[in-house]
Write a protein that binds this ligand. Structure first.
Ligand SMILES: CC(C)(COP(=O)(O)OP(=O)(O)OC[C@H]1O[C@@H](n2cnc3c(N)ncnc32)[C@H](O)[C@@H]1OP(=O)(O)O)[C@@H](O)C(=O)NCCC(=O)NCCS
Length: 152
């Protein structure tokens, strides 16, 4: 199990362990996981979270306590859902995207790879890969900070 919060760092750790490494899938006993929810190797659902049905959770994705993930969502590898993130149905979170505490995402939205969504944002439109968005409704900001150790 890799207890590494930052997605990029988690990805590097996986690479450093080589192709023979095997990873546990961790689902907290207080989590509610419905039918046809597929959770990838190394993914962690680390507290009371609710995943309804027909959901894919990618390898090494991290779902924090209090999250709700509705039907037909796809969570990419290495993505992070902060505490109490709420995803409506058919949302796609691409690889490595990082959603801060309390983010809400409207139905069908796609959040691009390694995008960052600031705490408390409400995302109603697609977010481009690598973009940082904040606010209600969420809009892009230019960030002073660029690097792998993104603020958690
Ligand atoms: C979005 C975020 C990554 C930006 O961090 P940053 O690049 O260091 O940005 P700054 O703090 O320099 O802020 C840049 C601007 O965005 C605004 N801003 C930052 N975060 C915001 C947020 N969540 N909501 C609204 N505005 C926000 C700041 O007020 C600032 O605006 P200004 O230039 O008008 O003063 C960070 O603020 C954040 O929300 N991280 C989420 C952390 C989290 O929830 N982690 C969960 C861990 S389990």
């Amino acid at each position: 199990m890799l207890a590494v919060g930052d997605g990029r760092a988690r990805q590097r750790a996986v690479a450093s362990l080589g192709s023979n490494a095997r990873f546990a899938t961790v689902i907290h006993p207080a989590a509610t996981v419905g039918p046809r929810v597929v959770v990838g190797a190394g993914a962690m659902i680390i507290g009371p979270a609710s995943l309804t049905s027909d959901i894919e959770v990618g390898a090494h994705a991290l779902v924090n306590p209090g999250c709700t993930v509705a039907h037909d969502c796809v969570l990419g590898a290495y993505c992070n859902l902060g505490p109490s993130v709420a995803l409506a149905g058919r949302v796609t979170i691409e690889e490595g995207a990082n959603l801060g505490v309390g983010v809400s995402v409207a139905p069908g939205v796609v959040i691009g790879a390694w995008a960052i969504v600031g705490a408390g944002a409400v995302v109603i439109r697609n977010v481009d890969a690598g973009t940082t968005v904040v606010g209600v409704p969420a809009r892009p900001i230019a960030r002073k900070f660029v690097g792998s150790a993104d603020p958690q």
